[in-house]
Design a protein around this ligand. Sequence first.
Ligand code: ADP
Ligand code: MG
Length: 724
Amino acid sequence: MPNIRFQALQAVLTRTIPETKAPSPKISDYYGANVFDIKKMKELLSKEAYNSIVNSIEKGEPIPRDMAEQVATAMKAWALGKGATHYTHWFQPLTGTTAEKHDAFFEPTADGGAIEVFSGDALAQQEPDASSFPSGGIRNTFEARGYTAWDPSSPAFLMARTLCIPTVFVSYTGEALDYKVPLLKAVSALDKAAVDVCHYFDKGIEKVNASLGIEQEYFLVDIALFNARPDLYLTGRTLFGHMSAKNQQLEDHYFGSIPERVYAFMQDMETESLLLGIPLKTRHNEVAPSQFECAPIYEEINLAIDHNQLLMDLMDRVAKRHNFKVLLHEKPYAGINGSGKHNNWSMITNTGKNLLSPGKTPKNNLMFLTFFVNTIKAVYEHADLLRASIASVNNDHRLGANEAPPAIISIFLGSQLSELLDEIETSRISKKIKEEALLWQGIPKIPQILKDNTDRNRTSPFAFTGNKFELRAVGSSANSASPMTILNLIVADQLKKFKYDVDKLLKKGEKKDVALLMVIKKYIKESKSIRFEGNGYSEEWEKEAEKRGLSNFKTTPKALDAFISDKSEVLYAENAVFTKREAHARHDILLESFYKKLQIEARVMGELVTNVIIPSAIDYQSKLVENAKGLKDLGLNSSVYQVQLDIINKLAEHINFIKENVDQMIAERKKANDIEDTREKAIAYDEKVKSYFQPIRYHVDKLEQLVDDSLWPLPKFRELLFIK
Ligand code: ADP
Ligand code: MG
């Protein structure tokens, strides 16, 4: 039997492209058809029930029980009408994926028949037997109860034949066990703080929504090739593999024409997404071969994050139909670009004003400057926490290496705005404004062309792009709720402080515009060191950042410290986003996930080396030995088979190195496993175990280059990246 690599290659060669069919050529005909959205509620609910939903979404008011009953009845009728058989609470535990537990609508009746049932209680709350989800010690198994509770701000949707109800997930004691609870708290803190600050400018503003548009990068690989790589299917990335002779050096993939098979997948994925109300808008090839990106139009942040979680799940399902596997790992292949998830964030008022959009009039300019500078100040104050919020074992491959945004958090503004802030910082604005006659002349005009003229700097982790900030350091597989909770929280906190500072000046009798500008000016000065317009990948920046006192945590275990620092704990408490116990629990879960993933990678590495790679190398070596022996037996001079002898020796060198290092790595793993303290254990895995990965890989990749191609069992990079 040929080895699995050749079987896989054979399978790829015989692929046909499945037919794709959208329900209608016009997207507007089917957009959101599988969502029980606000439009359908208006249609199907009594006015009273509909209003209670709207109040809950807009003001966070609880939905009365009898109203929930009505909603459940309407929801059930709608879902059954579309062929649903089951319902589930859909939630986001701290595993990073989404979770669901399906219940059938049907219930047997006394007369031996059955009816379809779905009560208001079943809609509002459930108690999944969820004792195996990570809780960081919040939920001991003896009090394992965790509850899911309906989040009416994210509409229910139909996935295959199951009605999915987005929910939060909390413990018996009310502590958050998921990503959604803290996000909702942070978003509401931002709403309140931002509205308060808006009132300096416009008393009519009642609500500020955070908006988010998530660009999602991913790789595609044929399922057969994927299945022939145990490292890929067990860890999500290739632990070995020599770089393909051709990779991304010609830059011919980026924005290139989309391969036919991929195009079919994308169309299918888009149709499914649009049916679920995910407003997917763009698609294109990314920089690396077989790397792609899609992005929806931005939405309210909670919905945008639910949609991204759903999208990741959907991509995987749709890919199966196309015999593809979607790789969401941040770094599936060493040597070429990894994948991220750019989080485009802004604040938008109920009156439709984007607070990060530079205004046309001086007054609007001042309002823009207020929110713009407060965001910068917030990131300056809590850069470490923002760094912690994107830390993961996968993302370490990007942030610590010279490719995607660096691990140093800095902000890119583009030259126009940078100069503007410099100008304000050095100008004597407040004095000028005080001299009535010169009112407003102190504020430099923000040119109208700004939006189209923003510089592009792909090396910055946090960049202003015209009317939004773009956090680019988020990992492709991450739940954006983690960084977005932090971003909304720190900006909320900063806006509260801003209001406090401005009010203090107002009390002293300062005029409003003067007070606002004085505080803005002070913040510009204080937060200056976080601003960087240059090349974030360069060595000079590392040195410069160090001089500026900016942190540079290259790997996760120490980056996570900020999550439970005193400063962060004050921040959580003042804004009621995490309790101390919740923060510590999360910290623990993140550390545990970090070392467990490394542990798995180390094990897979050991197994593959011992059972797959060394045996193949020895096979080849034996072939050479036999050949050399034969030549020698013929009485030929050793120079005739010198090459064979050289290769035999080289193979032996690599085999010995690999074997020795794998043994040492296993010994280090044993030592690390004995460490009790989670943080110390994670550090040991990071510094003592992971450090073997690269040298082992180097020698395995050398073997890949030496060994007879027909004997090599793992699909090679050129095949994974180029054969479709
Ligand atoms: P860019 O090319 O600057 O990255 P795109 O227009 O491609 O911007 O948009 C990227 C993502 O940003 C999309 O999801 C888009 O909907 C989103 N986006 C655009 N404007 C905003 C905004 N004001 N707030 C949040 N997201 C936005
Ligand atoms: Mg972008």
